[in-house]
Write a protein that binds this ligand. Structure first.
Ligand SMILES: CC(C)(COP(=O)(O)OP(=O)(O)OC[C@H]1O[C@@H](n2cnc3c(N)ncnc32)[C@H](O)[C@@H]1O)[C@@H](O)C(=O)NCCC(=O)NCCS
Ligand SMILES: Nc1ncnc2c1ncn2[C@@H]1O[C@H](COP(=O)(O)OP(=O)(O)OP(=O)(O)O)[C@@H](O)[C@H]1O
Length: 402
């Protein structure tokens, strides 16, 4: 099952996007709808709301008078938090039930207005944010839904800012323009990303080999890595000792292949094996075969210390290499040291960039990164020696790495 979290501020267009995804075949779980279900007449939820907010929130038939509750709940923070405390656990329980009933090959779209506010982003394979300028949203809500401007603005004030949503967004859809524009983007997202993503996770599909193309440093790499790391940490649970962004994309200013290298630290490789399925299900598919860190014969160290497990991100739009290593292995420490040494030494970043460009040109016709990677390793090995010198001069330890 592929879980897509869909969110956005009130009136941004979530329902519009969700309906289109459902037309393509997505299974929709709508948090606003569940929020209605759990307070239907006769429910415990409704009784608790009445106990908290009084009989004034009921209409003549004894059902919830939604505008009356909205007027009370969005008036001040304390009331809103009281409302949330009654509603959210009930919404959560019902959501878990609905998710459990979904077919294993489904693409589930979970429409959750408060996804970012609730820190839920790492639960999804992909977070989709729909946005539109605040004034556009207020106009749509007042014109087509008959909501008062005051109510619309009060809810906006109680929700996450666009910046907070941006940090959580794997996909950002701007719905300030016409419906057609956003719907065309949704169609493309479905066909090019969600469908292959779901199949790759379910079938544990191997990744296709690629040519070594070097991109200029991308300012969004750290944020992309952070989102992936949050998912990795959640899937690994207590077996995650730490999880870091490593490799070239973790060094500001360094040109690199557009691939995020992540390192998940576990105590032992048995732990790595125990979480292999959980990581695969979360979108980081375990690669078959035996994986070793360079040098492949294990060098002077006991051979087992050089083994690792390797997973790759199944999202076709974001290349991720996930190295799962034991904290006792030397390659584990070197990965962090090499990154921090480069971050502290701009001259080395410039030299490394030059080497990468040269090798990428030389091997652009190979169709795989194998030879490129082999030759690059020579520079990296020499870099390790200089990094060690730097570490002893500056007193760097792994505890400093963050
Ligand atoms: C207060 C209620 C009765 C008002 O009902 P109304 O029909 O006017 O709005 P509806 O439920 O359709 O929600 C519309 C939008 O309001 C916003 N909103 C609703 N609840 C909240 C909240 N607690 N905090 C911030 N925004 C909210 C969301 O953007 C939502 O999509 C209702 O919103 C409610 O029960 N809210 C609490 C449950 C909740 O937090 N729902 C959000 C999804 S988890
Ligand atoms: N691109 C658009 N152009 C014009 N109107 C739009 C557009 N997208 C959505 N709308 C309209 O704006 C209103 C809000 O859109 P929608 O219901 O999809 O938002 P939502 O994010 O689901 O809202 P809520 O937060 O209340 O659940 C609706 O009346 C919808 O028909």
């Amino acid at each position: 099952m592929l879980r897509v979290g869909l969110t956005g501020g009130i009136g941004a267009g979530k329902s519009t996007v969700a309906a289109r995804l459902a037309e393509h075949g997505a299974v929709l779980i709508d948090a606003d709808r569940i929020a209605r279900e759990v307070v239907e007449p006769g429910t415990e939820g409704l009784a608790e709301l009445v106990a908290a907010f009084g009989h004034g929130i009921l209409d003549a038939e004894g059902a919830l008078d939604r505008p009356a509750l909205a007027a009370r709940a969005f008036g001040d923070d304390e009331s809103r938090l009281r409302l949330n405390a009654i509603m959210h656990p009930r919404i959560r329980d019902r959501t878990v039930e609905l998710m459990a009933a979904v077919a294993p090959d489904a693409i589930v779209v979970h429409d959750v207005p408060l996804l970012v506010e609730g820190g839920m982003a790492p639960n999804y394979h992909l977070v989709l944010v729909v946005d539109a300028a605040e004034d556009v949203r207020v106009r749509r809500l007042t014109e087509s839904r008959g909501m008062s401007e005051q109510d619309a603005r009060a809810r906006i004030a109680a929700q996450a800012s666009p910046e907070q949503r941006r940090a959580a967004a794997d996909v950002w859809l701007d719905n300030s323009g016409s419906r057609d524009i956003v719907l065309a983007q949704v169609d493309e997202l479905w066909a090019d990303r969600l469908v292959p993503f779901e199949a790759a996770v379910r079938l544990r599909k191997p990744r296709k080999p690629r040519s070594p193309e070097i991109s200029p440093y991308d300012e969004t790499w750290p944020a992309q890595a952070e989102r992936a790391l949050a998912r990795v940490r959640l899937a690994a649970g207590e077996r995650s000792v730490r999880a870091d962004h490593i490799g070239s994309t973790a060094v500001p200013g360094l040109a690199a292949k557009d691939v995020l290298d992540l390192q998940l630290t576990v105590s032992t490789l048995d732990d790595a094996d125990a979480i292999a399925d959980a990581l695969s299900d979360a979108g980081f598919v375990r690669a078959q075969g035996h994986w070793f860190d360079y040098p492949q014969d294990g060098g002077a160290a006991p051979e087992q210390l050089w083994h690792k497990r390797f997973h790759y991100g199944a999202d076709p739009a974001t290349m991720v290499n996930l190295h799962v290593r034991s904290a006792r292995g030397p390659a584990w420490r070197l990965a962090l040291l090499f990154r921090d040494w480069l971050r502290a030494n701009p001259d080395e970043v410039a030299a490394y960039t030059e080497v990468k460009h040269r090798l990428a040109r030389a091997h652009s016709g190979d169709g795989t990164v194998e030879h490129y990677a082999e030759e690059k390793q020579a520079w990296v090995d020499a870099g390790f020696v200089r990094a060690e010198v730097w570490a002893s001069r500056t007193g760097w330890t792994v505890e400093d790495a963050s």
